[in-house]
Design a protein around this ligand. Structure first.
Ligand code: OAD
Length: 239
C-alpha cells in the first residue's frame, strides 16, 4: 500500500468500552437495560419525555466520571504528529460516540456525527448550549428562557450532523479506518463502501468482526487500548 496522506477514522462505542462506558449492542449493552425505541427516537420523546430525559441525564452524569483511554490518546497523538498538514493532508476523526472522551484526549479535527451528551438543544429558538447538569426539571434555555431543551443527540430517524463535512473528508481519503463499531447503524455503516468506491485503503480495528467486515481490505482484532496505539505507532513510523 502506498503511504496515505488523508486519513478518515470512524469510531464507535468500542473505543470507549475500556473507559467503562457500555457499548450499545454487546452483552450488557445499553439497549438491554433500555429498549432503543423507548429512549432514542423523537416519537419516544413525544410519548414519554420524562423517561427519555431521565435516561440521558443518567448517561450525561456517568460520562463525566469516565476518562479517556489509551485508544483515545493514540488517535489524538496521530492527529498531532501526522506530518502532512492541511491542505495537503489531514487526519479527520468522525465519531458516532456522544461522550466527550476524544475531545478530552485532545482530538481537534473531530466530527461528532451523533451529537454530544454535554450539549443541550433548544427546540424553541434552535440554539445549542454547553450542558453538564440534568434536563429533567425543564431548565430555561439560556438564550430564550423557554423550557424547551432536549438532549443534543441524533435520534433514530433524524439526520446525523455535519454530513457535508464528512463527505468532503471521505472524498479526499486515501485511508479509511473504522474502530470499535458494529457497522449496524447507517449512514456510518456505509462509509467503508464510499471509501472503497474512491479507491481508499480500508482497515478495521475491532474486538470482533463487524457486520461490514467483508468490505475492509484488512481487519485487526483485539481490544482498542492495545490495537489502536499499536497501529498508530506503526503508521507514524512509516513517515
Ligand atoms: P455497538 O455497540 O453497536 O458496537 C460496538 C462495537 O465495538 C462492537 O463491534 C464490539 O465488538 C466492539 N468492541 C467492544 N469492546 C471493544 C473494545 N474494548 N475494543 C474494540 N472494540 C470493542 O456501537 P456502535 O457501532 O458505536 O447511535 O453503535 C452505533 C450507533 O448505534 C451509536 O452511535 C448509537 C447507537 O444507536 C446513536 O446514539 C444515534
Amino acid at each position: 500500500m502506498s503511504l496515505p496522506q488523508n486519513i478518515v477514522i470512524l469510531t464507535g462505542a468500542g473505543v470507549s468500552a475500556e473507559s467503562g462506558i457500555d457499548t450499545f449492542r454487546g452483552g450488557g449493552g445499553l439497549w438491554e437495560q433500555h429498549r432503543v425505541e423507548d429512549v432514542a427516537t423523537p416519537e419516544a420523546f413525544a410519548r414519554d419525555p420524562d423517561l427519555v430525559l431521565r435516561f440521558y441525564d443518567m448517561r450525561r452524569a456517568a460520562i463525566q466520571e469516565k476518562a479517556p483511554n489509551a485508544a483515545h490518546r493514540a488517535l489524538a497523538r496521530l492527529e498531532r504528529e501526522w506530518p502532512i498538514k492541511v491542505p495537503d493532508g489531514s487526519v479527520t476523526l468522525v465519531t458516532q460516540n456522544v461522550d466527550d472522551l476524544h475531545l478530552r484526549a485532545g482530538s481537534e479535527r473531530l466530527i461528532a456525527m451523533h451529537g454530544q451528551h454535554l450539549s443541550a438543544w433548544c427546540t424553541a429558538c434552535d440554539t445549542r448550549h454547553a450542558w453538564t447538569g440534568p434536563l429533567i426539571d425543564r431548565p430555561p434555555c439560556p438564550a430564550c428562557a423557554a423550557p424547551a431543551l432536549r438532549p443534543d443527540i441524533v435520534w433514530f430517524g433524524e439526520v446525523p450532523y455535519r454530513m457535508d463535512e464528512i463527505h468532503a473528508a471521505m472524498a479526499q481519503a486515501d485511508l479509511f479506518v473504522s474502530i470499535g463499531t458494529s457497522g449496524a447503524v447507517y449512514p456510518a455503516a456505509g462509509f467503508v463502501r464510499l471509501a472503497r468506491e474512491i479507491g481508499a485503503e480500508t482497515l478495521e480495528l475491532n474486538l470482533e468482526r463487524s457486520q461490514g467486515s467483508a468490505w475492509f481490505h484488512e481487519t485487526r482484532l483485539g481490544p482498542a487500548t492495545q490495537i489502536v496505539p499499536d497501529w498508530v505507532d506503526e503508521l507514524l513510523k512509516t513517515r
